[in-house]
Design a binder for this molecule. Structure first.
Ligand code: PNW
Length: 449
């Protein structure tokens, strides 16, 4: 029977995590420090002085976690690989690191769960940062060595790959704003870092194909849809800049082969010279691959201001807006508007929502967590996703962020995004109401009440 809330029969339903946010076991089996270990140890950087040292101890509990995924009816799982487990030192491949992911993949296979693997979700080995990290073009060579190893080892059994997760965060929050590792505040570094990350994306797609692998590979970008705070010319301009900074700076090179001219000019005084862009780079970056991953959480309402000093913009929270525990405005229609825009201005390749979800104030009571807010959030975004598909959009899947409560970067463990509650003392996992609700959605391939 075809219900009005049905998704296409081949629609992919999944959940997502990332290595540093759940694994813990920071020193196990030859792993060395990543830039996030270093950042967490720097006083004042992460709320409550939290670190990913233990996190959800997924490294030791992955069998139990995969069984839980299966019990909750999950058929698709997006996770990332920790680079410092694979290359703990320059030129040194660590078999024990590979073994962990081989065991994880075997376990998933046994449970009939299909993986989507993210090559890089921000845990850069500290030894690479010691050479300048992503600001140094050599990071691209290190990334390629690492990516090729993963393709060789796991390429035949992993059908879907993300080269990168959210280069905007890795480069701009890490090297420009300074709220993510490595915590630098230098816009020349940030823009060079973004360039090298994008370059490594293009090269990885090429390498994947040259190796004769036949799965799907692409990049995941964090995108939003933004509105100006008013019709004043300066606010319209501020919105356009914000869009250039967050969306176009990444979409244009990948889909059009050029950085946006207006932003090249805006950044120029901070960058000095674009000497890190070498001939041929943009041809390499101009490589969308087989899919586009988008991570969507909120919209931006933007006005001209000083809060974001380099960009001369401020975020405005419209009156009466509903927010999540992150303080991010809940605006599902903007997910629809964003995808329509991608389709109109950029691409018709398959889109996957590789992350969407909400932090909520969850309380564990009598073995239960009633996270109505999360259910409402996800439901509203699924309705917009379905609308996009009905309108003819090429949306192929949805991965809820996140499977487990986890280490929420600069916010530590205080923010809970999981559909499964984690007690960080006992490491007990408790599925929240949203997990059972999502199981129903997947079962009926449509939005449950
Ligand atoms: C994404 N921002 O991060 C990441 O991919 C996840 O690892 C993370 O847990 C999730 O979203 C929730 O935050 C973002 O400041 C972090 O705009 C910060 C921002 C956006 C995305």
């Amino acid at each position: 029977m075809n219900n009005k809330s049905d998704f296409p029969s081949d629609f992919i339903w999944g959940v997502a995590t990332s290595s540093y946010q759940i694994e813990g076991a920071a020193d196990a089996d030859g792993r060395t420090a990543s830039i996030w270990d270093t950042f967490c140890r720097t006083p004042g950087k992460v709320a409550g002085g939290d670190t990913g040292e233990r996190a959800c101890e997924h490294y030791y509990r992955f069998r139990e976690d995969v069984r839980l995924l299966a019990d909750l009816g999950i058929k698709h799982y997006r996770f990332s690989i920790a680079w410092p487990r694979i290359y703990p030192e320059k030129g040194k491949l660590n078999r024990e690191g590979l073994d962990f992911y081989r065991s994880l993949l075997n376990e998933l296979k046994e449970c009939g769960i299909q993986p989507l693997v993210t090559v890089y979700h921000w845990d850069l080995p500290q030894w690479i940062q010691d050479e300048g990290g992503w600001t140094n073009r050599e990071a691209v060579d290190h990334y390629m060595e690492y990516a090729r190893t993963l393709f060789e080892e796991f390429g035949r059994e992993v059908p879907m790959w993300n080269t990168h997760n959210e280069p905007w965060c890795a480069a701009f929050l890490g090297y420009g704003v300074g709220v993510h590792a490595p915590g630098h505040r230098n816009w020349r570094e940030a823009i060079a870092a973004a360039h090298h990350i994008l370059l490594s994306h293009g090269l990885a797609v090429q390498a994947y194909r040259e190796m004769g692998l036949t799965g799907q590979i692409g990049i995941t970008l964090n995108l939003d849809h933004n509105d100006p705070a008013s019709d004043r010319e300066e606010d319209l301009e501020a919105r356009r800049r914000h869009d250039g900074y967050l969306n176009r700076w990444f979409l244009d090179p990948v889909f059009k082969g050029a950085y946006p001219q207006d932003m090249m000019e805006w950044f120029l005084p901070h960058v000095g010279e674009y000497d890190f862009i070498q001939p041929g780079d943009l041809e390499t970056i101009h490589e969308p691959g087989d899919l586009l991953g988008i991570n969507y959480y909120s919209r931006g309402v933007i006005r001209s201001g000083t809060g974001h000093s380099m960009l001369l913009t401020d975020y405005v929270l419209p009156e009466n807006s509903e927010v999540t525990d992150m303080g991010w405005e809940i605006h599902p229609e903007s997910l629809h508007r964003l995808m329509q825009r991608l389709r109109k201005d950029y691409t018709s390749i398959p889109i996957f929502i590789t992350e969407n979800g909400a932090a909520t104030k969850d309380v564990l009571e009598n073995g239960k967590v009633e996270d109505e807010g999360r259910i409402r959030y996800v439901k509203a975004h699924l309705e917009q996703s379905l609308k996009f598909i009905r309108d003819g959009g090429n949306l192929k899947g949805y991965y809820l962020w996140s499977f487990l409560d986890n280490f929420e970067w600069a916010f530590g463990y205080e923010k809970r995004f999981g559909m499964v509650h984690v007690d960080y003392e006992t490491q007990v996992r408790t599925p929240k109401a949203s997990a059972y609700w999502y199981r129903d959605v997947m079962r009926r391939n449509g939005i449950a009440d």
